[in-house]
Write a protein that binds this ligand. Structure first.
Ligand SMILES: Nc1ncnc2c1ncn2[C@@H]1O[C@H](COP(=O)(O)OP(=O)(O)OP(=O)(O)O)[C@@H](O)[C@H]1O
Ligand SMILES: [Mg+2]
Length: 487
């Protein structure tokens, strides 16, 4: 990703020995996705918790835990309950994070299919079906998350995140929202009703939009890990990549101004009540009507706020022509991201959101609902729409989304072979490459091991450890070489 080594100003708090990436705009991206599990067609009672445990039986027998890391560097785990989670390996590029996220869908699909076979074979009936939803709300009213992780330079303050980034995150839902059928009708996002606080370190007591728990998984002197809770799980490949890429560019502009100690311009969009604004964006299917109250007393629509951020990013990009990439391909990617962003806003501004149905999940769903309405002469039960909604997100047994892909009705950035490859290949240019190689070798050797994001531990036959504090560093340390040699 972007490198900028000529700014001549290492920012507030600069001391000695910084990692080379501290100076630039390089980013680490990670996406955590919690999935919802359910089961239908069983001939005797079985609940989602049992199904999730059955899904994880192969993992437990291999790793002796429901919390493990995979050979592609990702983390797979199941807490209590029925929400398995997959957290992608660290990626430097949004497109690589997308590939890792798609590999996560394959992992879940495979576990679901094995669990389905096993449950059918053990007396639950041949019609039993396991469903795994890549969405954020179940029919019982529980909400679960899709969290984006961004490595951000530490001198960006939490106040800046709240006042400068949050209005962007709330209004980007116009094109990243996954849509949801509710009792009151259709909404643009899955989670507007569930998020109440703007910025907080708690995820259980209250539900913040950005979590501030300080776990950088990197040198804490230099970086924070921004943990974005406000965001839907996307099926659209375009939306998954786009939300990471556009957020990255806004973060670049905020970081640059923090580094230079001057306002970014984003502070002009601070919202009077983020929770209220979030719900208003979600409920306004015209995207043009709802006025959001700003902290300074003005009112703006979500599109106007997005336009404001777009101008700031355009200015930033114009000032940094050398920006955005270790390669020309990366730079081109970022330029195309800005074009795609502008185009989306133009379409929304002119009331043509239906033209986004090939890339924006909520618009894709609305297109399906409208087609169904037309076929049935407007007589559609709410339950039918809710069922279609769930099918769209069902990565195990759903048919709707795959049919859209097959018919070329959704933009495809990567194909099945890319996702398959990402199942065994971590991003090559982050520490995930080292983790992935270690996990693959440890599994091959039948060794006992454990990992976290910054540490690899061999617990048997002998005890060895390697620490990887720098997420950008894919070069093996001496400790790492010794660890691998012990396998
Ligand atoms: N230094 C970093 N900066 C940004 N993202 C990172 C960094 N290190 C790891 N990540 C990403 O952060 C995510 C962490 O996922 P994980 O589920 O373990 O997070 P968590 O904050 O501990 O959440 P949970 O509460 O679910 O345990 C992964 O996708 C990973 O790739
Ligand atoms: Mg997590």
């Amino acid at each position: 990703m972007p490198q900028l080594r000529d700014s001549g100003n290492s920012g507030p708090g600069a001391t000695v020995e910084r990692s080379p990436e501290f100076e630039g705009f390089a980013r680490i991206f990670g996406v955590e996705t919690e999935y919802g599990v359910s089961v239908t067609g069983a001939s005797r009672p079985v609940d989602a918790g049992q199904v999730a445990m059955t899904m994880f039986r192969p993992i437990v027998s291999r790793s002796r835990s429901t919390n493990t890391y995979l050979a592609n560097g990702s983390r797979l785990y199941l807490d209590v309950g029925s929400h398995p989670e997959y957290a992608t390996a660290e990626a430097r590029r949004p497109i690589d994070a997308l590939a890792q996220d798609m590999a996560g869908e394959l992992v879940m699909r495979r576990l679901a299919s094995q669990a389905q076979d096993q449950l059918r074979d053990t007396g639950y009936g041949e019609h039993l079906r396991v469903h795994v939803f890549k969405n954020n709300a179940d029919s019982a009213g529980h909400s679960f998350g899709c969290h984006e992780n961004y490595l951000v330079r530490r001198y960006v303050s939490l106040e800046q995140v709240e006042h400068e980034l949050l209005p962007f995150l709330i209004t980007r839902q116009l094109y990243t929202g996954a849509g949801r059928v509710t009792d009151e009708g259709f909404e643009i996002t899955q989670r507007a009703d569930y998020l109440d606080e703007a910025v907080s370190s708690a995820t259980t007591r209250s539900r913040p939009m950005v979590n501030t728990r300080d776990e950088p998984h990197a040198d804490p002197e230099e970086f924070r890990r921004l943990h974005v809770i406000i965001g839907d799980s996307n099926r659209s490949q375009w939306a998954t990549r786009m939300k990471l890429a556009v957020t990255h560019l806004v973060l670049c502009a905020i970081e640059e101004s923090a580094r230079l100690g001057r306002p970014s311009g984003c502070e002009a969009f601070a919202l009077a009540d983020p929770g209220e604004a979030n719900r208003a964006v979600s409920r306004d299917l015209t995207c043009r009507t709802a006025k959001l109250r700003l902290a300074d007393g003005r009112e703006m629509t979500a599109i106007e706020i997005q336009r404001g951020y777009l101008s700031i990013v355009e200015r930033f990009m114009a000032d940094h022509r050398e920006l955005t990439g270790e390669s020309d391909a990366d730079a081109g990617d970022m330029a195309r991201t800005v074009d795609a962003w502008r185009q989306v806003l133009e379409l929304l501004e002119s009331g043509r959101s239906e033209q986004l149905a090939d890339r924006v999940d909520w618009a894709a769903k609305l297109r399906l609902f409208e087609a169904l309405h037309a076929r049935r002469g407007g007589m559609i039960a709410q339950s039918k729409l809710a069922q279609l909604d769930m099918d769209y997100h069902d990565i195990a047994s759903g048919t709707v989304y795959d049919a859209l892909l097959r018919r070329g009705m959704m933009i495809r950035l990567l194909d099945d072979a890319d996702a398959q490859r990402a199942l065994s290949a971590p991003p090559a240019d982050t520490r995930a490459a080292l983790r992935g190689r270690f996990v693959a070798a440890a599994l091959d050797a039948g060794a006992q091991f454990s990992c976290d994001w910054t540490r690899l531990t061999l617990t048997g036959p002998e005890h060895r450890e390697a620490v990887m504090l720098d997420p950008f560093d894919a070069d093996p340390s001496d400790d790492y070489e010794r660890l691998m040699a012990a396998l």
